[in-house]
Design a protein around this ligand. Structure first.
Ligand code: ADP
Ligand code: MG
Length: 426
């Protein structure tokens, strides 16, 4: 018979196997507890959002926002501001509210009071039914308010990267944001007019600067310039300079990723570049009824490459990327298989992009570029100590878009890990 004492001892002193097991169990419990906490936080966040009171009449809400704006210290970004020399630059551009939005009684809930702050105003109601606005503040490298033009945006985003290109690097500029927030307007120019003007888009402004540099010593007569333009839809790549021909992405024995057979067009002037952009953009939207129908589902990659005269190897390359609509990655409500699959791919590529930029910012050894076709294709721009990235997060100002806007701001916020020095400076 086992005495009660003995029984007790055996239950206190577990065998080595039990102790291992209990470690595993503890670990599982810890993970489960973390998950619970995370869920609770998510629920809280959701709860907060659902408290947003849509019944506040627009005029009343607008009045609260105006009142708040009046007491803000406003000092907008201008060309006089010094350009920052950043490895990772993350900025936000707000587009003006449209007549159409105003006609639908939408109101402008975004304020960019100075060169780096973005404030979102959320309508709320207290328990005692008093209405108020919850002002959520974000800080970025630059905040472009709604009256900024493309030249100003260009000056602080892509222009510093043209320098880097001439030093033999492969910088990148990304336009991120929900469909309709102004990505294509910023990159390509104003397409809403019948007589489309590409001259004020980042593509043309970049080309303009490149040719300006090329006409000056010591660069004069040293380089040939080429453009490529392709689109990434799910895991497939299509050439916009060649009637959307399907292109293959291959990795060679040196781990170099190549988009095989893409058409490289040599250019001699800004006009050449604009002609090509016009052609590529019309190929991109051909066969669809609206400009956004296609472009919201795919990433468009426009590249300008410098090669030393008579050399095959690239000297440097700047990539300007008009990303797929960020809201597409969140679309899980649909029953349509294709849409679900597209959404999952877009989500994956945007998350991978964020991780790659974060890794670059940390100077990490490993860049997880294999996670999506987009980052695979851009691999040689992610490696190298001197790689530079600029992300322009576009936001729509309307209250009806505020959830997407918050998602965009949170994404942009996480793209860049601020280091301690930067935090101190702020
Ligand atoms: P996206 O490419 O992100 O889907 P678009 O660039 O097509 O969005 O912009 C949507 C609409 O808003 C277009 O009609 C465009 O002309 C207009 N728009 C975007 N940004 C601005 C801006 N900064 N100023 C004036 N109009 C703009
Ligand atoms: Mg677009």
């Amino acid at each position: 018979d086992i005495s009660p004492q003995k029984q007790q001892i055996s239950s206190i002193q577990p065998t080595p196997l039990d102790s291992n097991k209990s470690k595993v169990v503890k670990e599982i419990e810890r993970i489960a507890a973390n998950r619970e906490q995370r869920r609770a936080r998510q629920d809280e966040r959701r709860q907060k959002l659902s408290e947003v009171d849509q019944s506040i009449p627009a005029w009343e809400f607008q009045a609260m926002v105006s009142e708040y704006r009046q007491q803000l210290d406003t000092k907008l970004l201008t060309m006089n501001e010094q350009q920052k020399d950043l490895k990772i630059c993350v900025c936000v551009r707000k587009r003006p509210i449209t007549k159409k939005e105003l006609n639908k009684k939408d109101i402008d809930v975004l304020t960019i009071p100075n060169k780096e702050v973005v404030i979102v105003h959320l309508p709320k109601v207290k328990v005692d039914l008093t209405k108020y606005i919850d002002n959520q503040k974000f800080r970025f490298d630059y905040g472009f308010h709604e009256t900024c033009n493309n030249e100003l945006v260009y000056h602080f985003t892509a222009q510093p990267l043209v320098q880097s290109l001439f030093q033999g690097n492969n910088p990148m500029v990304f336009a991120y944001g929900q469909t309709g927030s102004g990505k294509t307007y910023t990159m390509g120019g104003d397409l809403s007019q019948r007589d489309v003007d590409f001259s004020k888009g980042i593509y043309a402004l970049t080309a303009n600067d490149i040719f300006r540099h090329l006409n000056k010593p010591p660069n004069k007569g040293q380089f040939d310039v080429y453009c490529t333009f392709f689109e990434i839809y799910c895991t497939k790549v299509f050439d916009l300079f060649n009637e959307k021909k399907r292109l293959r992405v291959l990795e060679d024995h040196k781990n170099l990723v190549q988009v095989v057979g893409k058409k490289e067009e040599q250019v001699e002037s800004v006009e050449d570049v604009m002609t090509l952009i016009r052609r590529g953009m019309s190929v991109r939207t051909s066969g669809t009824t609206s400009a956004n129908e296609n472009s919201s589902r795919s990433h468009a990659v426009f590249q300008i490459t410098l090669k030393k005269k008579n050399m095959i190897k690239e000297y440097g390359k700047i990539s300007l990327i008009d990303l797929a609509g960020s809201e597409r990655g969140k679309d899980t409500q649909t029953n349509d298989k294709t849409t679900l699959m597209e959404g999952a791919q877009i989500n994956k590529s945007l998350l991978t992009l964020k991780e790659c930029i974060r890794s670059l910012g940390r100077n990490a050894e490993h860049i997880p570029f294999r996670g999506s076709t987009l980052t695979k294709v851009l691999r040689d721009s992610f490696i190298g100590e001197k790689s530079k990235v600029c992300m322009i997060a576009m936001v729509s100002p309307g209250n009806s878009d505020v959830e997407h806007t918050l998602n965009t701001l949170r994404y942009a916020d996480r793209v860049k890990e601020l280091n301690v020095d930067e935090l101190k400076q702020r």
